[in-house]
Design a protein around this ligand. Structure first.
Ligand code: TA6
Length: 282
């Protein structure tokens, strides 16, 4: 249990096996920490999180669902949807020679219906072995179709943002969220480097990316079904404005967020199911 002075604590699972160490919060089925044996941690987690139930935890892999960013029609609704603030039920936990498997589920309930009035069942299957593999599945249990967007808002642990590059998004048009009027008009021919606040959305992304930072071993990201990618670093000013990014910790984190969002939103017919995979390794 992660204690919180501000109210009921958040329940977490601490996993140690021959492949890795990991911490997963039942809230949001959110991986907070993942470190392969004899390697550096892959994820960054703020050390000023209050772990207050119902409050988004900054770091690890928050799930943005069933929308990304501000709600398209109701801006007063929570940014990035509600899945990361909700308590997911641990349905299955097992271990074998390849590591631990955890399966969480979130079904529509009175609280979700107030925010998004559809019947759904979301599952998050997490495999903790020599790599981190997450399978996210959405099933439409309603009698009407619905559209959703999602992204794994992954916070990666890096040595230094000033010595970091992201490979795999070259030649793709992107939307600069800092000047959105430009639309998808920018194209990067080189690996992405960082020298100021960066907040970009790519579509038709290829699904395979690499983060290199200083002398550290690279981080590999595979998400073949996710056609959208967001690349975000707040830099100093926004980091201090946002909270939970203390001191110069913004230099040691980078978000590369794989999902389906904006133009690539998903339309799910009644009874239909769709699933996405994210694999992280170092
Ligand atoms: O993914 C980038 C972004 O949309 C940024 O614009 C910033 O708002 C960030 O997400 C953090 O969002 P959060 O709600 O987790 O503070």
């Amino acid at each position: 249990w992660l204690a919180s002075e501000a109210g009921p604590a958040i329940e977490v699972l601490v996993i140690k096996n021959s492949w890795c160490d990991a911490v997963i919060a039942c809230q949001g089925a959110q991986v907070l920490h993942y470190q392969p044996k004899q390697k550096l941690p892959i994820l960054w987690l703020s050390d000023t999180n209050q772990f207050q139930r119902g409050k988004a935890i900054r770091g690890g892999i928050p799930l943005c669902f069933p929308w990304f960013g501000k709600h398209p029609h109701q801006p007063d609704l929570p940014s990035h949807g509600f899945a990361r603030q909700m308590e997911w039920q641990l349905q299955q936990a097992s271990e074998n020679i390849q590591g631990h498997h955890l399966s969480f589920v979130l079904k529509d309930n009175a609280a979700t219906r107030l925010l998004w009035d559809y019947g759904f069942e979301a599952t998050m299957d997490i495999h903790l072995g020599n790599q981190l593999e997450i399978n996210f599945q959405v099933h439409n249990t309603d009698c009407q179709p619905f559209e959703f967007g999602f992204a794994w808002h992954s916070y990666f642990a890096i040595q230094d943002i000033n010595q970091t590059q992201v490979h795999g998004l070259e030649q793709l048009a992107f939307l600069d969220q800092l000047s959105p009027d430009g639309g998808y008009s920018h194209v990067e021919t080189q690996p992405i480097r960082f020298s100021s606040e960066t907040d970009r959305i790519y579509q038709q992304a290829g699904g395979h990316y690499e983060i290199s930072s200083g002398q550290e071993s690279p981080i590999y990201i595979d998400a073949p079904e996710c056609s959208s990618v967001v690349v975000w670093n707040p830099w100093a000013e926004k980091a201090h404005r946002l909270g939970d990014i203390p001191g110069d910790s913004w230099k040691h984190m980078l978000c590369v967020e794989c999902g389906k969002l904006d133009k690539a939103n998903v339309l799910l017919e009644p009874g239909q199911t769709v699933s996405y995979q994210l694999v992280l390794s170092r």
